[in-house]
Each structure stands twice: as structure tokens, then as C-alpha cells.
Ligand binder design. Structure first.
Ligand SMILES: NC(=O)c1ccc[n+]([C@@H]2O[C@H](COP(=O)([O-])OP(=O)(O)OC[C@H]3O[C@@H](n4cnc5c(N)ncnc54)[C@H](OP(=O)(O)O)[C@@H]3O)[C@@H](O)[C@H]2O)c1
Length: 253
């Protein structure tokens, strides 16, 4: 199946490792020009080199999305350098944690506000595309009780509501908006590798909750995001796609 991605331009936040990295690798392989960011300059340079080897235009930037002004300036300059933007993937999260009120501000500023600022800053370009597509990375932590009450889970839930309502607002301009909820995703250097090393009991109980006994991989999530982002998914907007290998137990109609 041709996803219709060739020649499109995508901006992806948080793309030097894990799910974001797998997304930009896959989109670049499909012939998509890529703008991406992360904080580490070295990792941005390494990712830029790997993606450029696929023969597409690549604009990498070292920026902390929590710094609203710097982030917006980066989005604008990246869309200009790519000469447009058809796809925006909001991938950065401040991650879990419940040690203090600090976490609520961090997850609000990073998870929620970087997504909102990204959608607002790139919206004119996405409308101009005629096939604009936004994919917001949420989490199964938003849709079922997980671990403990924490900002990460609640802010990821806010993103699903924002995604749905934005989709209604910009549908007329042919911009689709969807969210994706991955379940536990394992990769070297990721959160679950860290949890395996520091809290084996919790890691094992999470594994037991997955019917096949296997966590997902970043590449498995990337294939879903690439499809949702592509013109091939033209009927899908305002949806929240759960990609969790059976980890969640609720019945959703
Ligand atoms: N892994 C899972 O099991 C899982 C499950 C459900 C949902 N998710 C969601 O999937 C997304 C990706 O998670 P992941 O676990 O694959 O990767 P990750 O370890 O969270 O890192 C992803 C990327 O984000 C960048 N990043 C982090 N903070 C940033 C900031 N403030 N500004 C700019 N870039 C930043 C990182 O590079 P730098 O550190 O260099 O900035 C890295 O490139 C997140 O939204 C996460 O909540 C993950």
C-alpha cells in the first residue's frame, strides 16, 4: 500500500531516541523531509546524519521545548527551512514522577504546552498543506489507572481531549488531528530499561499484565504513527488509537 507520504514534510519533537527516533527513521525511509528536535546537541547531530543518509532533507535542532519562545522560534525556522509542514508529531514528555508539585508544572509545560504551542505555531502551514495531519503521543496511563496518581497520567489525558476538540475545529481546513496511546514500550536507554534495573517487581507485574508477555518496540509504534499521519488514513480524525498489545483491560465502545 502506498501511504502517499513521499515528498511530505514532517516536524517531530523528541526524535533522537525511542518512539520519536523510530518515527523519523520510518518517515524518512518513506521519502518525507524531516524537522526534529531534542535537547542534546550531540544526539541531534548523530540523528541528523543518520536521517540525511536516507536522501531526504533534514533539519535538526537542539532546543528545550519547555522554553516556549525558543521552541516557537525553532518551529518557525524549521517550517521555513523545509518550505512548509504537512505533518506535526508532538512526541516530547517530561515523563512520570510524583515527588512534588514540581512534576505538575513540568508535565503541564512540557507535555501539554509544547503540544499546544506546536499545533498553534504550525497551523497555518498545516492548513496550506491540504492534507495536514497532527499526531499527539499520549499514553495508556491516561486511559486506565496506572501505578499511582500523577501529573504524567493526567496531562496525557488532557492531550486526548485537546486532540479530539482541535480535530473538530480544523477539519474544515483538511487538517486531521489524532492521538496515539502506546502501552509499555521497551528500548535500550528508555524508561522501562531503567525500571527493570531499579524496580524488578514492578517491571515483572507490568509484563504479566500484557497477554503475550511482551512489551512493544518503538518501531511498532512508529508504523502506526506513520499510517495515521499519512494521507492513506484520510478518514481518521479525532480518534485516539491505543497501541498496547492488550495491556489495558477496559472495554471501549
Ligand atoms: N516508553 C514508553 O513505554 C512509553 C509509553 C507510552 C507513551 N510514551 C510516550 O512516548 C513519547 C516518547 O517516549 P520514549 O519513551 O520513546 O522516549 P524518551 O526517553 O521520553 O525520549 C524521547 C526524546 O525526547 C527528547 N526530549 C526529552 N525532553 C525534551 C525536552 N524538554 N525538549 C526537547 N526534547 C526533549 C529526548 O532527547 P533529549 O533528552 O536529548 O532532550 C529524546 O529524543 C513520550 O511522549 C512518552 O510519554 C512512552
Amino acid at each position: 500500500m502506498d501511504l502517499g507520504l513521499r515528498g511530505k514534510k514532517a516536524i517531530v519533537t523528541g526524535a533522537t531516541r525511542g518512539i520519536g527516533r523510530a518515527i523519523v527513521e520510518l518517515l524518512a525511509s518513506e521519502g518525507v523531509d524531516i524537522g526534529f528536535c531534542a535537547r542534546s546537541e550531540d544526539e541531534v547531530a548523530e540523528t541528523q546524519k543518520a536521517l540525511a543518509a536516507k536522501g531526504v532533507n533534514v533539519v535538526g535542532g537542539a532546543v528545550n521545548v519547555r522554553d516556549g519562545d525558543a521552541y516557537k522560534a525553532w518551529l518557525e525556522s524549521t517550517a521555513t527551512a523545509l518550505d512548509g509542514c504537512d505533518i506535526f508529531v508532538a512526541g516530547v514528555s517530561a515523563g512520570g514522577g510524583m515527588d512534588s508539585e514540581k512534576n505538575w508544572w513540568k508535565n503541564f509545560e512540557v507535555d501539554v504546552m509544547h503540544t499546544v504551542r506546536g499545533c498553534e505555531t504550525l497551523m497555518e502551514q498545516l492548513k496550506k498543506s491540504g492534507q495536514g495531519s497532527i499526531v499527539i503521543i499520549s499514553s495508556t496511563n491516561a486511559i486506565e489507572t496506572f501505578a499511582a496518581p500523577m501529573a504524567y497520567n493526567a496531562m496525557k489525558a488532557a492531550l486526548i481531549t485537546y486532540s479530539k476538540q482541535l480535530s473538530q475545529f480544523v477539519g474544515k481546513q483538511n487538517v486531521r488531528v489524532n492521538s496515539v496511546c502506546p502501552g509499555p514500550i521497551y528500548f535500550e536507554g528508555g524508561a522501562w530499561e531503567m525500571i527493570k534495573g531499579t524496580n524488578q517487581k514492578f517491571f515483572d507485574s507490568t509484563m504479566r499484565a500484557i497477554p503475550s508477555g511482551r512489551m512493544g518496540t518503538p518501531e511498532e509504534v512508529a508504523r502506526i504513527v506513520a499510517f495515521i499521519a499519512s494521507p492513506a488514513a484520510s478518514l481518521i480524525t479525532g480518534s485516539n488509537i491505543v497501541a498496547d498489545n492488550g495491556f489495558t483491560k477496559g472495554v471501549r465502545f
